[in-house]
Every structure is written in structure tokens, then in C-alpha cells.
Design a protein. Structure first.
Length: 77
């Protein structure tokens, strides 16, 4: 195993004959493997959408048609 560059977090590995779409089987090439990027923090808009979705799930479950639409409008996120 070779050491990775100082600015990157990962390692150069020689996968060998592991196969699969992420690490193709080969003895020739090294592959740079690293952790996936961290997720971004949730925005205010995403929090509001989630709050409204939870409200609709709790209050409007089992309603259909115009009853559901009227119930959905009462929820504020």
C-alpha cells in the first residue's frame, strides 16, 4: 500500500482480482480509495419542508380527495 498525498485523506491500493464495478480486477493499476464526502448541513427550507411533511402525515392520514387537500392546507411548516 502506498501513502496518499498530504492534502487528501485516502490511500493508493492495488485491488488485485477483486472484481466488481468499484474495484475492477487488475494487477497493473493502483486505485485511490477514500471516504465519501461529508453531507452538507440541512437548510432552513429543507427543515420547513420536513416539518410540513410530518404534519401532513400525522393529521391527514386516511383522508382522500378534497378532504385531504383541505387538511394539507391547514398544516404550516
Amino acid at each position: 500500500m502506498l501513502a496518499g498525498m498530504k492534502t487528501k485523506l485516502g490511500a493508493w491500493v492495488k485491488p488485485g482480482r477483486t472484481g466488481g464495478p468499484l474495484l475492477p480486477g487488475s494487477y497493473r493499476d493502483y486505485t485511490y480509495v477514500r471516504a465519501p464526502p461529508k453531507s452538507y448541513p440541512t437548510t432552513a427550507q429543507q427543515k420547513a419542508i420536513g416539518a410540513k411533511g410530518r404534519c401532513v402525515r400525522e393529521k391527514c392520514k386516511g383522508k382522500r380527495g378534497s378532504d385531504f387537500i383541505a387538511c394539507r392546507q391547514t398544516c404550516t411548516g
